[in-house]
Write a protein that binds this ligand. Structure first.
Ligand code: HEC
Length: 142
């Protein structure tokens, strides 16, 4: 009886990890296909060479208001669905780069991408940490 429980528990743990790895991969691929051309590492931290803020900066702005995963995913997917400057969390970025153009992804895809961004295993342009600390002080980079 006990062995069976332990076994079920272990299989459950493994399945959870496999599902996480899978979702992460799907989110990452969707991000690469639909968002990375603007939010990727190209241009580094030189805002004159970039067309949009790096995704790690977007993540920071959103996570400071939407700390839990569900509300973060909703907020990012809502933005992708309807880019309304009135709801912007990054007005400085709109002034610098102009409003984000429409991107063709389904709601479901946008949510997968948002979850991937939230989980935080994302690319940072070189020098991001330094830039962040200079501008925002040595806060914990989460
Ligand atoms: C063609 C370039 C481009 C693509 C592709 C793109 N973005 Fe953006 N995005 C921008 C620009 C420019 C901004 C900064 C201006 C703004 O906030 O509207 C931005 C801002 C954002 C913001 C912050 C919005 C705010 O103002 O609060 C989020 C969230 C975001 N992008 C998510 C995504 C996601 C997710 C994808 C992929 C599905 C994506 N973007 C694809 C150009 C792009």
């Amino acid at each position: 009886m006990k062995t069976k429980l332990v076994f079920t528990f272990i299989v459950g743990m493994l399945l959870t990890q496999v599902t996480y790895a899978n979702d992460h991969k799907v989110g990452q691929q969707l991000f690469q296909a639909s968002c990375a051309s603007c939010h990727g590492t190209a241009g580094g931290m030189d805002m004159n060479k970039r067309v949009a803020p790096p995704i790690v900066a977007v993540r920071m702005h959103y996570i400071s208001t939407y700390a839990d995963k569900d509300s973060f995913v909703m907020a990012v997917a809502d933005w992708v669905e309807n880019r309304d400057a009135d709801n912007s969390m990054m007005r400085g970025a709109i002034r610098r780069f102009g409003l984000m153009p429409a991107v063709k992804v389904t709601r479901n895809e946008a949510e997968k991408i948002a979850a991937y961004i939230y989980d935080g295993d994302i690319e940072k342009p070189e020098g991001f940490q330094q830039h962040f600390e200079e501008r925002h002080g040595k806060k914990k980079n989460r």
